[in-house]
Design a protein around this ligand. Structure first.
Ligand SMILES: NC(=O)C1=CN([C@@H]2O[C@H](COP(=O)(O)OP(=O)(O)OC[C@H]3O[C@@H](n4cnc5c(N)ncnc54)[C@H](O)[C@@H]3O)[C@@H](O)[C@H]2O)C=CC1
Ligand SMILES: O=C(O)C(=O)Cc1ccc(O)cc1
Length: 315
């Protein structure tokens, strides 16, 4: 077996993502030892029971020996956790995160910078609608993108840190890209954040209609609506924080989306079949182009936990 990328890592927040990193790092030999900490007593006990690593009683104890500290908490908690962690970290260690929004995450991490650690924000584009340590699985990051948004430093030690973190995520199976955090937030607003908002909204609308239609909405729900309900089952705290911290980019996308929806609404009202054909054909072509380019990682990861997928019975 090859040398681990990091002799020791600390994972703060042992939910879906933290537990998946712990399992993957152990399974693929990416870290020599894995320390864990979660603010919740109950989650800490469950993480220990699952054998995810050495569960510490305090954040300070978890990070003290780590060569890389991975913050896997909701975006809104990053600033406080980073501020509490950095003074106890080793000089030269890496501080990264997995937050779904990067501008705010980078600002939260940078605010804690004391000049001794290397701050390299990151985001795995892989997940499911589930949360908690039991939901984690080692193959979550396989073939998924991992976006790093490093700072502007050209310091040799910092660049060596970026290189090590890249190798860590590659060892977990990810394809790593670096990107400017503002660009990340614009891209993710349309590809991930807006789709989640639409799912939360359509499920709520259908539920309200159900009281009128006496159960028929859910009873006859076809595949499309079921897919929306899966996404809408995602963690409310995590998604509240995403929308609070990527406000501008999401509102921009929502504005464009509403305009385009109004065009379809108008076409339906006026019976403009040509317009509907044009729009639907274009969407179909786009989907085909995505598949042909091999970008459909959803088929690999999203929503497919081999340990928990009760619907398909996969194991
Ligand atoms: N769920 C998903 O599909 C994905 C989530 N992410 C990001 O990963 C991060 C974690 O998300 P999940 O693992 O899904 O959430 P989760 O809800 O499964 O786990 C989060 C854990 O953080 C803990 N926590 C909260 N505040 C804390 C604090 N101050 N100190 C220590 N622990 C604390 C919670 O107790 C919880 O156990 C979020 O920032 C999210 O944006 C990124 C990619 C995919
Ligand atoms: O489950 C799904 O469909 C997802 O889209 C998972 C996901 C959620 C948040 C992210 O920042 C990245 C991936």
């Amino acid at each position: 077996m090859t040398e681990p990328v990091f002799p020791s890592i600390a994972i703060i927040g042992t939910g879906l993502i933290g537990a998946s990193i712990a399992r993957a790092a152990a399974e693929y030999g990416a870290a020599g030892s894995v320390n864990l900490y979660d603010v919740s007593d109950d989650v800490r006990q469950r993480a220990a029971g699952l054998g995810l690593g050495d569960v510490a009683e305090t954040l300070q104890a978890a990070v003290a020996d780590a060569d890389c500290v991975l913050l896997c908490v909701p975006v809104g908690a990053l600033a406080a956790v980073a501020a509490a962690a950095v003074p106890h970290m080793k000089t030269g260690a890496i501080l990264t995160d997995v937050g779904s929004v990067k501008g705010e995450a980078a600002a939260a991490l940078m605010a804690a910078d004391d000049g001794r650690v290397h701050i390299i924000p990151g985001h795995p584009i892989a997940g499911t609608e589930q949360s908690g340590p039991e939901a984690g699985f080692a193959t979550l990051f396989r073939d998924a993108w991992h976006i790093l948004t490093p700072g502007p430093s050209t310091d040799e030690a910092y660049l060596a840190g970026v290189d090590a973190l890249t190798r860590f995520w590659q060892a977990l199976g990810s394809k790593v890209e670096t990107m400017d955090s503002a660009r990340h937030d614009r891209v993710l607003a349309i590809t991930s954040h807006l789709p989640h908002l639409i799912a939360f909204n359509i499920v709520a609308t259908a539920f309200d209609m159900e009281t009128v239609e006496q159960g028929e909405v859910v009873k006859y729900s076809a595949g499309g609506f079921r897919d929306f309900t899966r996404i809408a089952a995602s963690d409310p705290v995590m998604w509240r924080d995403v929308f609070l911290t990527n406000k501008e980019a999401v509102l921009e996308c929502l504005g464009r989306f509403s305009e385009d929806l109004a065009v379809l609404q108008r076409a339906i009202r006026w019976g403009d079949g040509d317009m509907l054909m044009r729009e639907f054909t274009r969407a179909r072509t786009i989907r085909k182009a995505i598949i042909d380019a091999g970008q459909d990682s959803s088929a690999v990861n999203f929503g497919r936990n081999p340990h928990l997928d009760k619907e398909t019975g996969e194991s």
